[in-house]
Ligand binder design. Sequence first.
Ligand code: C5P
Length: 300
Amino acid sequence: MRAVRLKSYAKVNLGLEVLALRDDGYHELRTLFQTIDLHDDVVLRPRPRDVTVRCDHPLVPADGTNLAARAAEALRAYARVSGGVEIEIRKRIPVGGGLGGGSSNAAAVLLGLDRAWKTGLGPAGLHRLARRLGADVPYFLLGGTALGLSRGDEVYPLRHQVRAHVVVVDPGIHVSTARVFARVDAALTPRANSNSIFCFVSRELEGSGRFRVLVNDLEEAALEEAPALREQVRRVRAVLLGEGACLAALSGSGGSCFGLFGGARPAERARAALAGEGFRALVARTLTLDQYRAAWGRGR
Ligand code: C5P
């Protein structure tokens, strides 16, 4: 095995519905995932025996509890590989921001080692290992615009892939996903399934107006969990919508927010306006299923 360099992309949730609490403590979801080209850099270097991890971010564990290290251990045990690997992660995706960075790193390690160790499992063969690592990990085996069902780990690419500019805003507030879901339970009452994602999919030919039907059922719980976030989200959303975003939302359980734009110019205007108000904001682009796959095909 030679050293392998990987790009580990972030996701946003264009919409997220929480349907019910499951017997296993997780929640039954219906979510629309979207990869964006904001990415961490991951380097895999062969080592004789051990799996080790290094990361330049103080909040990311540099031991066996790191999800990327667990991914390598899981594949090594499953495929009976005797060699080890050193995983180096250079973070660009905000940590604990609802952008899926940890899950993406784990999926990148699975895909990268599957190739480097010639275990030949591919996304389909890696799916079981991925879902054991976390609910969002299987999505990152596919990427693009995709529907996530069950715990979010049953993933179906959508025929219509979203192409847009995405302004990502990191308020720097870490929100615990587990605590946000626990808060949702207090408000979760049996109800008829919401149909926002069905409406979105069925309106896919109607232009940017279709994004308005999407909701994020975690938003209120996230804002209760991190009260400092509420005012920030209000201000960010006002700028994004004021600059013409067709969707302005919290990603997953937050704290990162994003706005979706049809063009580079309004996206850049929104980024500049947010930076002017003191927010950390950047412009990314969506990655379609094919673009995500092509990035892997090139060997990265
Ligand atoms: O699977 P993962 O460890 O990424 O999920 C983090 C936490 O989010 C879980 O421990 C669980 O509390 C919550 N969660 C959930 N239902 C889901 C996905 C995540 O309750 N479908």
